[in-house]
Each structure stands twice: as structure tokens, then as C-alpha cells.
Design a protein around this ligand. Structure first.
Ligand SMILES: Nc1ncnc2c1ncn2[C@@H]1O[C@H](COP(=O)(O)OP(=O)(O)OP(=O)(O)O)[C@@H](O)[C@H]1O
Ligand SMILES: [Mg+2]
Length: 299
């Protein structure tokens, strides 16, 4: 086993990681060893290395980005590098520092276990329950698209609540990929959450994957473009575009209405303004005028 690890390390340019007692997980130029090899074998261009950094202040990384952009690959390579490092191996990265992880939890993919009485969504939720109940602040969590096996609003609500619980209570280092772009609002509310996205560029309406993780949030999933790449019949794609346009046209009014309960934690404009007041520099009269202004706006 050791000879195998040594050999793959020397042939594939792996490096010796630092493994310590910190709560850091820092990977520079990380690669997914299997995807990298597969891309090289098929001649489909080079694997794009990525950086990832978690520590005491950065606990919950919310990763958004189009389908096929490389979210799952980036998360799994971080998990693989962690396992390899703790097993005593070199790792596929330019540099890595891994604060020891007590357990690695994953929730990925859509599988069912019909023989044991578990539907696809049941399996998904059972895995989430296990993570929320058993993970410690020392664990590493990889959650890939939680909440996809049910209706959109149920799924979004569950994904949101699970992410909050992880941030507030579990506090484990967490990589959380999602197509619910609404979840990016968590980063504004939660001190240890932040948004990362896979960069893409659009050329003549076609999406080009750059495979680089950058700060920020995605606004679209490009699902129909990816379905086209996958070979869905033209008629279906045309119809899907039509339906999408209709849905998007309806969205503003509907969306705001439906999202209200979910977004209660958001500050209203009044609360926002109130938070920014510098009371120590205001006279009582100014404060009273401000109050009157706000009241006027509400009427
Ligand atoms: N860093 C990378 N460099 C080069 N190719 C990559 C990289 N990451 C992913 N890919 C390629 O893109 C494919 C899709 O990646 P991945 O499954 O991670 O996308 P995703 O963002 O999770 O998509 P989805 O939202 O559909 O799950 C991989 O199978 C691989 O071929
Ligand atoms: Mg994925």
C-alpha cells in the first residue's frame, strides 16, 4: 500500500500535506486524482486546479454554479485530499494543510433503497439526519444538492434549515453545493458562511466552463444549455425554453409572495436604516424626525 501511494505521488506530482490540530482546511491547487486521470486519458483538456480554504471564521462554504461546472468535483477532491492526508499519503495539490478531521460525512447523489423501505427522498433525509445528529465541530461535511428529491419549496426550505443548523449548532467545516441560489442570502446573515461559485463565461449564448472557484454567487444554472449538450431532442429543448420564459415572467410577483415566510430573518429597509443610525451623534429632535420620516414611508 505504501509503495503504491509513494508511486502515484511521485508519478503524479503530489505533495506532502501538513496535518495538524488546527481547524484549518486549506488546499492550494487541489486536483481530483481520478477525474484528472480520466481527462488526461480521453484527451479532454487539462484538469483545472482549485484552491479552497476553511478555518475558524470560514466554516460553511456555499458553492453555486451551473450544471457541469465542477462543483461536485471540487467538493469531492477536498474530501479525498483530507482522507489521503490523514491516511499518511501525499496529496494531489500544490500545497495542503489539514486540521485533523474526526469524521467525514457526505450526502451526495440520488439513490433509493426500496428493499429496505426507503424511497429516494427518504434516503436523502435519513443521511441528513445522521449528519446533523452525529457530526461534531471537528467533522468535515460534504453536502451536494440537499433537498432536490421533493417539491421546490419543500426542498429549499429544508436545505435552508439544514444549512442554518450546520452553521449555528453543528459548526463543522462544511462544503455545501446547491442550485437553490436563494441560499446565497445565508452568507449575508451568517458570520461564518460564505459564497463561492464556479466561474463560467457565455459566448454567443453558450456556456463555457472555466472550472475555477471564485468568490460570489451564481444567478443561473444553465440547465437547458447542459441538457442540449447531453443530446435532449431539439423539440423538447425549444419547449423547455418556452416554459422557462413563462415561469420567469411570472416569477417576480409570485416569488416575492411565496418567499416571504422563508426570508423572515431578512432585515426590512426600516430595520436596515435603524441599524445604521449613529445614536451618539444625533440630537433627540433628529431622532424624532427620523422616526417621523420612517413612519411616513410606511404609510
Ligand atoms: N477542475 C476541473 N477541471 C477540468 N474539468 C473538470 C473540473 N471539474 C469538473 N470537470 C469536468 O466537469 C464534469 C462535471 O463536473 P461536476 O459533476 O463536478 O459538475 P457539477 O457542478 O457538480 O454539476 P451538476 O450541478 O450538474 O451536479 C466532470 O465530470 C469533469 O469532466
Ligand atoms: Mg454536481
Amino acid at each position: 500500500m505504501l509503495v503504491s501511494l509513494a508511486r502515484v505521488a511521485s508519478e503524479s506530482g503530489w505533495v506532502r500535506p501538513i496535518v495538524d490540530g488546527s481547524d484549518v482546511l486549506e488546499i492550494a491547487g487541489g486536483r481530483h486524482p481520478v477525474v484528472e486521470k480520466a481527462l488526461a486519458a480521453s484527451g479532454e483538456g487539462p484538469f483545472v486546479p482549485n484552491d479552497l480554504s476553511l478555518d475558524g471564521q470560514r466554516r460553511l462554504l456555499i458553492l453555486t454554479g451551473p450544471n457541469m461546472a465542477g462543483k461536485s468535483t471540487a467538493m469531492r477532491q477536498a474530501a479525498l485530499i483530507t482522507v489521503l492526508a490523514q491516511a499518511g499519503s501525499f496529496v494531489p495539490a500544490a500545497r495542503a494543510r489539514i486540521g485533523v478531521v474526526d469524521r467525514l460525512f457526505t450526502r451526495v447523489g440520488a439513490a433509493d433503497d426500496l428493499a429496505r423501505g426507503q424511497s429516494t427522498f427518504m434516503v436523502e433525509m435519513a443521511e441528513c439526519a445522521r449528519i446533523l445528529n452525529q457530526a461534531t465541530p471537528r467533522s468535515l461535511l460534504v453536502l451536494d444538492e440537499v433537498g432536490r428529491g421533493t417539491s421546490t419549496f419543500d426542498g429549499l426550505a429544508l436545505a435552508w434549515a439544514i444549512a442554518e443548523q450546520i452553521h449555528d449548532v453543528v459548526t463543522a467545516r462544511t462544503l455545501f453545493a446547491t442550485h437553490y441560489h436563494e441560499l446565497c442570502d445565508l452568507a449575508a446573515e451568517k458570520p461564518r458562511a460564505l459564497n463561492l461559485t464556479m466561474s463560467v463565461s457565455e459566448v454567443d449564448g453558450r456556456v463555457v466552463f472555466l472550472r475555477k472557484i471564485v468568490p460570489g454567487a451564481a444567478s443561473r444554472s444553465y440547465g437547458i444549455q447542459v441538457a442540449r449538450l447531453a443530446g435532449l431532442p431539439d423539440a423538447v429543448l425549444r419547449r423547455a425554453r418556452e416554459i422557462l420564459a413563462n415561469l420567469e415572467a411570472q416569477e417576480p410577483a409570485d416569488h416575492r409572495h411565496k418567499q416571504l415566510p422563508l426570508f423572515e430573518a431578512h432585515k426590512s429597509a426600516v430595520e436596515e436604516a435603524l441599524g445604521q443610525l449613529d445614536l451618539s451623534r444625533m440630537t433627540p429632535l433628529e431622532a424624532l424626525n427620523w422616526l417621523a420620516d420612517q413612519q411616513k414611508k410606511l404609510r
